[in-house]
Write a protein that binds this ligand. Sequence first.
Ligand SMILES: Cc1cc2nc3c(=O)[nH]c(=O)nc-3n(C[C@H](O)[C@H](O)[C@H](O)COP(=O)(O)OP(=O)(O)OC[C@H]3O[C@@H](n4cnc5c(N)ncnc54)[C@H](O)[C@@H]3O)c2cc1C
Length: 389
Amino acid sequence: MISFENTEIAFSGKSNRELKMAYRLFKLVGNKITVKIGKQLTIIALKLRLPVKGLIKKTIFKQFCGGVDINECEATVAQLAKYNIGTILDYSVEGKESEADFDIACKEIIATAHNANKNDNIPFCVFKPSGIARLDLLAKVSGKSELTDTEKEEYRNVCDRVDQICKNAYEANTPVFIDAEESWMQDAIDDLADAMMAKYNKEKAIVYNTAQMYRWDKLEFLKASHAKAKAGNYWFGIKMVRGAYMEKERERAEELKYKSPIQPDKASADKDYNSGLEFCMENIDQIALCAGTHNEQSSLYLTELMEKHNIEKNDKRVYFAQLLGMSDHISFNLSNAGYNVAKYVPYGPIKEVLPYLIRRAEENTSVAGQTSRELTLIMKERKRRKGKK
Ligand SMILES: Cc1cc2nc3c(=O)[nH]c(=O)nc-3n(C[C@H](O)[C@H](O)[C@H](O)COP(=O)(O)OP(=O)(O)OC[C@H]3O[C@@H](n4cnc5c(N)ncnc54)[C@H](O)[C@@H]3O)c2cc1C
């Protein structure tokens, strides 16, 4: 049975100096107040054009991002590849609203697909639909509201961008993940994903949709999407995650007085996540799965299910994925044991990836008095290395 406790393997890619940096960083972001103040100060400093980019780049950016552009990510790609871990280049520019910016993002994502084709260490590419479409437009389409003529034109552009990305992914033979967003935008994305899978997944899974199992309706969705793929005779590609927008979802549902799409509790989300894994392994003859999770139990459970269903550890239909700078104990131990593992490696200009970095910092703040899992593991490894001296 695989163990995630081996910190020697988990941090084999980090020098003592890098481990110390990671220790300091996770200690800093572990404090809610520091993160809150740090977030405001950074936003103000960037607005005032104070020279803080260098500091951000050497610290939090270095931990969680690969570089400012594709070329700068090469070192990270090569470093992960040494440990048989693939890279998924994630152009993480957020919050854009103009057609011109969406076209730039689309071009950049297509470039990641072709870049992956030239590099065996990049097994997938990815895009966030909100990076190539206006949020309100996605929400309007999802809500089945009547679009104005201008919006219809705008949405045709969105569909075209999605098709261009998937077509290029197909031509570059690089599977592409379509990230999942907030529930009020997701129906439009799911429809687009279904259409793209029907078009490009005839021979194998090129397009992967994403299912957020913190939603109570997603286990059924998973089964229905698979049934559609079966009927249409194409591969169902799915990235399974728990979901990143829980608080926002609950707040909006309460405010607008509709039933929250989120599970009643964490145990229900965990249960559906694991049931989803079971379903995928039982139907692996027409499913390709990526388990995007930092949850040790689910990762372990997937390895057990693979064994139960006689699926080879390196079967390309099953991948594990984590984010760069997080849960190395899962990524490195899984890859060391022979499983397919890849890391999302976000990149982009520092100012533009700031929202992503702030989310990572906030995610790693801990409950008062408790040390986060990341920090505990880093401390364990530092102690182990000191003991060896
Ligand atoms: C490679 C990768 C790709 C990702 N892609 C996406 C994406 O496309 N879209 C997206 O939304 N997220 C995405 N995520 C983020 C993901 O959804 C989770 O937020 C994050 O990974 C934490 O969940 P976990 O499975 O790692 O495990 P855990 O740490 O065990 O679970 C935490 C998660 O459980 C859920 N949860 C916690 N408390 C409750 C509760 N009380 N009730 C119900 N649910 C609860 C929430 O989803 C929370 O994020 C991705 C993550 C990875 C690693």
